[in-house]
Write a protein that binds this ligand. Structure first.
Ligand SMILES: [Zn+2]
Length: 390
């Protein structure tokens, strides 16, 4: 297993420097010397160094958690900076782990940081989780979320859960001995493609901060053994209404992971379980494609090509090819705006929605419709480098 440091026994006694650093903890009897020593002895594993992982890792490090593991194999992307505050502009292109390690060491040199540049899988999760006391889930996809949950149930580690989408978030503490797990709430994942990701649906920049700090709070409370943890409660966060609601959750005796007769006794193939085969993008069969270079050449030659943009109006405002805008969802009722005799090139941001649009149009009798491969993003990459990307 790739790790930058080996496990060292962490002495739980505090040096004078540490006592001064954590004085605002030490003067509260609910934490005190004993609590701070518990924090120092604690080992927390953070899955992901992205939106949720940023505040989680930053605050747990500052608060004096002794050993922090971070799992990530991603590289900092320019579009991460809007919310992944552990990374800065100069870090774009760097490994997230390198960028995060630098910030965390800067905040607290007493931290024993363990970085794992791996993709969490069924083959490595159990071994990894056994070396930690608490797992904080900062993942953004269903296969990993179910994997983290099941591995927490199997290893008996609390799963401090958070998720975010657009303006809303959720948080809870799963897989404790008495409490429910994620599968008690959602035994099966949603059908693939039904729930958009943050990359598709967007997310307000502060939201991972809000939810990640809630997760960090729960981690500290679990270690200190104080307060009322979010066990058996699902906190629902609505940032636009600024409302926090909670749902009572019960442990489901029929739960396939933590029920009385569990069917999940070892980790499974989570991509298959979530209906995702491999990493490839679904390509609609039989839809002719057009490359951006060909479209450019034909437009320059003055040929009659009708560009159909199936994105949303707010995306059109960011950048467009001057195409006719009909959002994918409106296409069935606005199909009369299109001419079956003309050659139509459908495009969206990346090519996924427009492939669906092209397929729909072909079924509706439009024989001369093509999908622009890679969407307007490919145009910005290969034809017009001044066009903004999003
Ligand atoms: Zn369960």
């Amino acid at each position: 297993m790739a790790t930058t440091t080996d496990v060292k026994p962490v002495p739980a006694t505090l040096t004078n420097d540490e006592i001064l650093r954590y004085s605002r903890h030490l003067i509260m009897p609910e934490v005190g010397m004993e609590g701070q020593q518990k924090l120092k002895a604690a080992r927390v594993l953070c899955i992901g160094a992205g939106g949720l992982g940023s505040p989680l890792a930053l605050y747990l490090t500052a608060a004096g958690v002794g050993t922090l593991g971070v799992v990530d194999f991603d590289v900092v992307d320019y579009t991460n900076l809007q919310r992944q505050i552990i990374h800065s502009t100069a870090d774009v292109g760097r490994k997230k782990l390198d960028s995060a390690a630098e910030k965390l060491k800067g905040i607290n040199p007493f931290l024993h940081l363990r970085t794992f540049e791996i993709k969490l899988t069924s083959a490595n999760a159990l071994e990894l989780f056994r070396e930690f006391d608490v797992v904080a889930d900062g993942t953004d996809n269903f296969p990993t979320r179910y994997l983290v949950n099941d591995a927490c149930v199997l290893t008996g580690k609390p799963n401090v859960y958070g998720s975010i989408f657009r303006f809303e978030g959720q948080a809870s503490v799963f897989a404790t001995e008495q409490g429910p797990c994620y599968r008690c709430l959602y035994p099966e994942p949603p059908p693939p493609g039904l729930v958009p990701s943050c990359a598709e649906g967007g997310v307000l920049g502060i939201l991972p901060g809000l939810v990640g700090v809630l997760q960090a709070t729960e981690v500290l409370k679990l270690i200190l053994g104080i307060g009322d943890p979010l066990i058996g409660r699902l906190l629902l966060i609505d940032s636009l209404g600024m409302k926090f609601r909670e749902l009572k959750l019960r442990k489901n005796p029929e739960c396939p992971a933590c029920g009385t007769h569990p069917t999940i006794t070892k980790l499974i193939d989570y991509n298959e379980f979530c209906g995702i085969r491999g990493e490839e993008k679904p390509v609609e069969a039989g839809i002719p494609e057009m490359q951006v270079e060909e479209l450019k050449r034909r437009l320059d030659a003055g040929e009659d090509v009708f560009i159909l943009d199936v994105r949303e109006p707010h995306e059109y405002q960011i950048c467009n090819l001057g195409g006719h805008l009909i959002p994918l969802g409106d296409l069935p009722k606005r199909i009369n705006e299109l001419d079956t005799s003309r050659e139509i090139v459908a495009h969206c941001k990346m090519g996924g929605r427009s492939a669906k649009a092209a397929q729909f149009l072909r079924q509706a009798g439009f024989t001369k419709v093509k999908n622009l491969t890679g969407g307007i993003t490919a145009w910005a990459d290969r034809i017009d480098r001044t066009m903004p990307k999003y």
